[in-house]
Ligand binder design. Structure first.
Ligand SMILES: [Zn+2]
Length: 361
């Protein structure tokens, strides 16, 4: 049995979890950018009671600059290097450090995907190797996770074959743009090549938590996931439902569904009271509530992951509004994972099965 850990990303000076939390995720491209930003963030982290820290590399900033068309002009690649990531890690002392990666764009045309993968694979391999070489000199205590930038398992196979003789601890999987069955297929590939520590980057949806809980309970030693949604949702006045993480807009003069929440915040206020609070207090309240309920769903899903049937029952009770087909596909994929885990070519079979229904996912 492994461990499932949620990491809160996107902490801000005025909005942070005011409770004991599992993990924080910070980025070497923002929080680790300058000596000043490092000191500022270290001071802020003193206020937060967290168990683990992940230092993300900052691939997101690279892709953001690329999408704005100012990658060259921004000169981000001049300073955001493997050495910068490891120098930041030496200062933050994280439990996990992500190697620097150059993210691929979210595109669906298969031919364009091949071109995009080929355009970035050389850089991704070079940066991974450099981070592997530097890690032990700068932050020997941290575990190194390699982000994998690939559209399919064939490309993942290529990436890991090229890094076959190198040493790293786990893999970070950008999960934002993938459906749960696609994530399951990628996890099957990683499991079958011997990876046992996984981070799902940028997601904390109910379904990705279900997948993570099952994987942590049975197939991986470590599964973690992170998101900024606890804070971002709060800033839009969106309260996460404690049972299934759906959103409820906080606004005056509306009727709310009856909700029971076990978080320390909801003990003293209800949703009607929130609309009377000053906006900053309301945001702080909702952010803390949101944080608590995401962690709580992770714990509950993990506790209900003894078998797929138990987990399916738990999920169906919670997400009655989700289209049946979506939930059926998710659990079908988990059943197939169970059958194919350990089969060398299992991921190829799963890939064929899902190609047939790709449009439905
Ligand atoms: Zn609450």
């Amino acid at each position: 049995m492994g461990k499932l850990t949620y990491f809160g990303a996107g902490l801000q000076k005025s909005i942070y979890p005011k409770m004991k939390i599992q993990g924080v995720l910070i980025s070497s491209a923002t929080e680790g950018k300058t000596e000043r930003s490092i000191l500022y963030r270290l001071k802020m982290l003193e206020k937060i009671q967290y168990q683990y820290m992940i230092l993300d590399s900052g691939g997101y900033q690279l892709i953001a600059a690329e999408q704005k068309g100012n990658l060259k002009k921004s000169k981000i690649m001049d300073w955001l290097t493997p050495k910068h990531v490891m120098t930041s890690a030496a200062k933050f002392n994280p439990d996990i450090v992500m190697a620097l990666d150059y993210p691929i764009l979210n595109i669906s045309d298969p031919q364009k995907q091949v071109r995009e993968f080929e355009k970035k694979i050389i850089t991704n391999l070079r940066w991974s190797r450099e981070c592997i070489e530097l890690k032990d000199s700068y932050c020997p205590q941290a575990q190194l996770f390699l982000p994998v930038q690939a559209y399919n398992t064939k490309q993942m196979d290529f990436f890991f074959t090229k890094l076959a003789s190198t040493k790293f601890d786990g893999v970070s999987l950008p999960a934002r743009n993938s459906s749960p069955p696609q994530i399951i297929q990628q996890l099957l590939f990683l499991h079958n090549i011997g990876i046992r520590k996984i981070h799902l980057l940028g997601t904390s949806t109910f379904t990705s938590i279900i997948v993570s809980a099952f994987m942590a309970k049975h197939y991986f030693d470590w599964v973690s996931l992170d998101s900024t949604s606890w804070r971002q949702r709060a800033q839009y006045g969106l309260y996460l439902h404690p049972g299934n993480l759906s959103t409820i807009k906080i606004k005056p003069n509306r009727t709310y569904p009856s909700i029971k929440c076990s978080c320390p915040w909801c003990k003293y206020q209800n949703l009607y009271d929130l609309t009377n609070l000053p906006v900053t207090d309301c945001t702080f309240f909702v952010a803390n509530h949101n944080y608590f309920v995401i962690e709580n769903i992770c714990r509950q899903a993990f506790d209900h992951s003894d078998s797929i049937n138990k987990l399916e029952k738990f999920s169906k009770l919670r997400i009655a509004n989700m289209p049946r087909e979506k939930i059926t596909n998710l659990f079908e994929a988990l059943h197939l994972f169970e059958i194919l885990a350990g089969e060398q070519e299992g991921y190829k079979l799963l890939s064929k099965l899902f190609k047939k229904k790709q449009n439905k996912l």
